[in-house]
Write a new protein. Structure first.
Length: 250
């Protein structure tokens, strides 16, 4: 997202396709024409005209295939705006088809917003669109929804503890969560910690302290997970590798 923006909309451009990635912003993809296939975690999701796909913060995704006539809009909100607009609970929605009149209306508004320079107007209207879309979307399984809500406030909670809280066998919770989000609960929890770690370091907090505050047991553990997720050490990431990762295209 552009610096200083809390909400943004993009129209898909075939020449600029990002490799597999995840981020701290909730994201909405809307297909208004054509078809595409998205990689979502370890799954592939096919979308056609009128369909939407939500991505939770930390849910990895990638555009794998696109028809020649694909018209795809991507909306994203900064975490602070998303929490204010949507509340603390996750959307955890599944793909669905919007009625033609709704798609036509959203298409017209998004196409217009792509050219609006006033940040405050863009933020307000995109937040309103996001809220309406989330309200209409069917939700994933209630256990996945509740697990996500718990993980957002307790990044150190174990899978076993969470399963007991939800009165479900740990293997069933793990299976359900992976089926809905395309990633294991344990891996998703690690990503939430990594995103919190990056946020804290960006605020000027020393890395060792940031790792502990992000619910890693030690900085060494944070370093291992960070290298596995991003392919580089934290110090290299903040010294320049971050830019290469953020702006990478395929």
């Amino acid at each position: 997202m552009l610096a200083g923006r809390r909400a943004q909309v993009w129209r898909h451009e075939p020449a600029f396709r990002r490799p597999r990635h995840f981020h701290g912003e909730p994201e909405l993809n809307l297909v208004v024409r054509g078809t595409c296939v998205l990689g979502v975690g370890d799954q592939s999701v096919a979308l056609s005209q009128g369909q939407m796909q939500f991505f939770e913060p930390g849910q990895d995704h990638e555009l794998l295939e696109a028809s020649g006539d694909l018209e795809l809009f991507v909306l994203a909100l900064r975490p602070e705006l998303a929490e204010r607009a949507l509340g603390a609970r996750p959307s955890c929605s599944i793909p669905h088809v919007e009625p033609p009149r709704v798609v036509s209306s959203m298409h017209a508004e998004l196409a217009g917003l792509a050219h609006v320079s006033d940040a405050a107007t863009t933020e307000r209207r995109l937040a309103e669109l996001f809220v309406r879309a989330v309200a209409r979307a069917p939700k994933a399984h209630v256990r996945s929804h509740r697990a996500l809500a718990s993980l957002r406030v307790e990044r150190d909670i174990s899978e076993a503890t969470l399963a007991r809280r939800l009165s479900v066998d740990p293997s069933e919770l793990s299976r359900r969560f992976r089926a809905d989000l395309g990633v294991t609960l344990v891996e998703y929890r690690a990503r939430l910690r990594i995103m919190r770690f990056v946020e804290l370091v960006d605020r000027g907090i020393p890395m060792t302290r940031a790792a502990l505050d992000a619910d890693f047991g030690t900085y060494a553990q944070c370093h291992r997970v960070f290298r596995r997720v991003f392919g580089c050490a934290p110090r290299d990431y903040f010294r320049g590798t971050r830019h290469d990762l953020d702006w990478a295209t395929v």
